[in-house]
Design a protein around this ligand. Structure first.
Ligand code: HEC
Ligand code: HEC
Length: 396
């Protein structure tokens, strides 16, 4: 009897450990081991994916982890699928545009025109936003829409109407100017494609595409975009505070940084990592044609208020502002220096004496100061990020 129990429990133990090992193997299969030769042959007909799946693991620099920021966990199989979706023109109604058409890696995933062309040649209503700024993205805060720094909502789009990249992606796919698809039909279309069957299987354990899997994989891929290898990051890691003169900066760049930290950081922040203000009116017009947040909320208070753009890689992301009205950073600085308009919702930080009722500020920067601000803005360009192979077009 005793012996029987023992052998039985040994049996269970053995069965249990076998099950455990096979579960583990499944897990390994899903996340690490890449493809069988047969699968790889199918993928390789269209795609240039490495046989060993790339790691999309995100590492935050010291200056971010010091503040308690936690890097998002990235599932490599989902990110790989997301990268294929991102570059696939089949995601638009007539197979003419992909996400990349308006978000180009060499431009920190922005576009170089004021308004981009959608699938049937119509132009977008606003300027494409760069995507190389994950720390600004809600999903890398704590997933609930709250920044761990400020507790404020940081939404997506110029009017922050989307709460996650998954939600944003659904809106973009179904937008009748941008991609024009029915997302359920799209899922059916992708489910019939052999390379997607493999990639969905690896990422989600079954070969069929669904709307949720499509938008989730896009979100995971975009969450892995973390542009934190600029000269500015190097300086911030070294000096621990953005207010010290950086030894890796020229005198001109340090002057620009000081000016930025005096006049601009009230919204855009000093560390280029977490915004201080998520939306604001920066006095572009007295009458806004596009009312921004106001279009969405119908509140006068929101007219002319737009997302405060994240300025990482800003030298690459022109033209500037929600309507791409400024071609160059010189024009942007001229606006702040002499051109701020007295809109009723103009932010107090851009008024004299930080007073809500006062006149728009005239910074009247000298030529030296303007050049210094622009030189400083070039220090947040991240060459490593825009050349990172993992984010490049996987199609042959
Ligand atoms: C036809 C051009 C076009 C295509 C195609 C396109 N986008 Fe965009 N994207 C834009 C424009 C324009 C905006 C800003 C729109 C707005 O704010 O109303 C934007 C905004 C975004 C944002 C918000 C960024 C932020 O900081 O708030 C994300 C994320 C994004 N796009 C991802 C994608 C993904 C993923 C795809 C593919 C599914 C895609 N885009 C396809 C033009 C495009
Ligand atoms: C009151 C908050 C606030 C302050 C202060 C502020 N900005 Fe802005 N900034 C914004 C907003 C909001 C936008 C987008 C406005 C729009 O498109 O309608 C913007 C846009 C920009 C852009 C364009 C980015 C892009 O991708 O299109 C640059 C560059 C910029 N600001 C630099 C600066 C500089 C330099 C200063 C200091 C001289 C400064 N900002 C001060 C709120 C602010």
């Amino acid at each position: 009897m005793k012996i029987k129990t023992l052998s039985l429990s040994l049996g269970y133990l053995l069965l249990g450990s076998l099950l455990f090992v096979s579960c583990l193997e499944d897990r390994v299969d899903l996340t690490k081991v890449s493809y069988t030769h047969e699968e790889y042959a199918i993928l390789s007909q269209h795609l240039n994916l490495p046989l060993e799946r790339a790691s999309f693991q995100v590492e935050f620099p010291a200056h971010m982890t010091r503040t308690g920021a936690v890097a998002p966990e990235i599932d490599d199989a989902k990110a790989t699928l997301g990268s294929v979706l991102f570059y696939d023109k089949k995601l638009s109604a007539n197979n003419k545009v992909s996400c990349e058409s308006c978000h180009k890696q060499s431009l920190a995933f922005s576009d170089d025109v004021a308004f981009s062309e959608g699938f049937d040649g119509q132009l977008t209503k606003r300027n494409s936003l760069p995507l190389a700024s994950t720390p600004n993205f809600e999903s890398s805060y704590n997933g609930s829409g709250n920044s761990f720094f400020t507790g404020m909502q940081a939404g997506f789009f110029w009017d922050e109407r989307a709460h996650s990249i998954a939600e944003q992606s659904k809106m973009t796919l179904e937008d009748d100017i941008e991609m024009g698809v029915d997302i359920y039909q799209l899922a059916g279309k992708l489910s019939d494609i052999p390379y997607y069957q493999i990639l969905f299987q690896k990422a989600y354990g079954s070969p069929s595409a669904t709307p949720d899997k499509i938008t989730d994989a896009l979100e995971v891929f975009i969450n892995s975009f973390v542009s934190v290898s600029s000269p500015f990051d190097e300086g911030l890691n070294q000096h621990q505070t953005p207010f010290a003169d950086f030894t890796n900066f020229s005198q001109q760049e340090n002057l620009g940084k000081t000016l930025f930290n005096t006049h601009c950081n009230g919204c855009h922040s000093s560390d280029f990592t977490a915004l201080v203000e998520t939306v604001a009116n920066n006095g572009l017009d007295i009458e806004y044609e596009d009312k921004g947040m106001g279009e969405r909320t119908q509140l006068d208070f929101d007219n002319g208020r737009f997302k405060v753009p994240f300025l990482r890689n800003v030298a690459l992301t022109g033209p500037y502002m929600h309507d791409g009205r400024f071609e160059t950073l010189e024009e942007v600085i001229d606006h702040y220096s002499e051109g701020i308009q007295d809109h009723p919702n103009l932010d107090f930080r851009l008024r004299d004496g930080f007073n809500n009722a006062a006149q728009p500020r005239r910074f009247n920067f000298t030529e030296t100061e303007k050049a210094a601000l622009i030189a400083f803005l070039h220090t947040v360009t991240d060459d490593k990020f825009i050349q990172d192979e993992r984010f490049a077009d996987p199609f042959k």
